[in-house]
Write a protein of this length. Structure first.
Length: 244
């Protein structure tokens, strides 16, 4: 691992146009379960499959049950804090080296760590809007029952549910960021969720680094693959930088 860490440090020092593309594995070290691991959300037993309970159809047809599940499983508790991965990426952005964080996560931990240019492909649990008048609400909806706007419309979480498409503006920003990057660091994602995973094809730069515990479909073409938790990898680099 030490040799791979040194190579990653070399890349980070070399490039000033870095983009990070991350998934659920970035937040698991903060205590947020992922979806597809053995103890992830999809492996748990519910009345309906989790994919259906997080679908647009379920939101419309069984709204109250949708919110019960959403509050229990999708909104992180206040005890959840950014980990070393979030903090190091915020540090790289502050130094002017990291140009964008593109995330599939909806937990807001990158912003909590201090990152400014965060492109949330799947939205955020910390934003909500009225499905009738469009008014936005900055709240975690941590109340009982179905939340309603003053106009009478249902307040929906600003997250991309199954059966819904990604925001075109956000998607285009992500494509532009990846297209312009010199170094693309992919971390904590299995690269199986589309269309988000397809964004990697727009990279035209020099180096691709993958940091993920499990193999991905791009391992054979990446310039560097580090099969460890991303928090531990970035913590090791950050610690070494502070000591120098």
């Amino acid at each position: 691992m030490d040799i791979k860490i040194e190579k990653l440090k070399e890349y980070i020092n070399l490039y000033d146009n870095i983009v990070f593309f991350g998934g659920a594995g970035v937040s698991t070290e903060s205590g947020i379960p992922d979806f597809r691991s053995a103890d992830g959300l999809y492996s748990q037993k519910y009345r309906y499959p989790p994919e259906y309970m997080l679908s647009h159809t379920f939101f419309e047809k069984q709204t109250e049950e949708f919110f019960e599940f959403y509050r229990e499983k999708m909104i992180p508790p206040s005890s959840v804090k950014p980990n070393a991965a979030h903090n190091y990426l915020a540090c790289l952005e502050e130094k002017g080296k990291l140009k964008a964080v593109i995330t599939q996560n909806i937990d807001g931990l990158h912003q909590a760590a201090g990152s400014k240019n965060v492109l949330e492909l799947h939205g955020s649990v910390w934003r909500n809007y009225c499905t009738k008048c469009g008014k936005f609400y900055k709240t975690d909806l941590n109340i009982k029952g179905v939340p309603y706007c003053s106009c009478g419309g249902i307040i929906k979480p600003d997250v991309v549910l199954y059966e819904e498409g990604l925001n075109d503006t956000m998607l285009n920003k992500a494509i532009k960021s990846i297209s312009n990057a010199s170094l693309l660091i992919i971390g904590g994602t299995s690269l199986v969720v589309y269309p988000a995973a397809g964004l990697v094809q727009y990279f035209k730069g020099d180096k691709i680094v993958i940091i993920n515990k499990m193999p991905t479909k791009l391992d054979n073409t990446a310039d560097l693959v580090i099969p460890f938790g991303i928090g531990k990898v970035f913590e090791s680099i950050w610690k070494a930088e502070k000591e120098n």
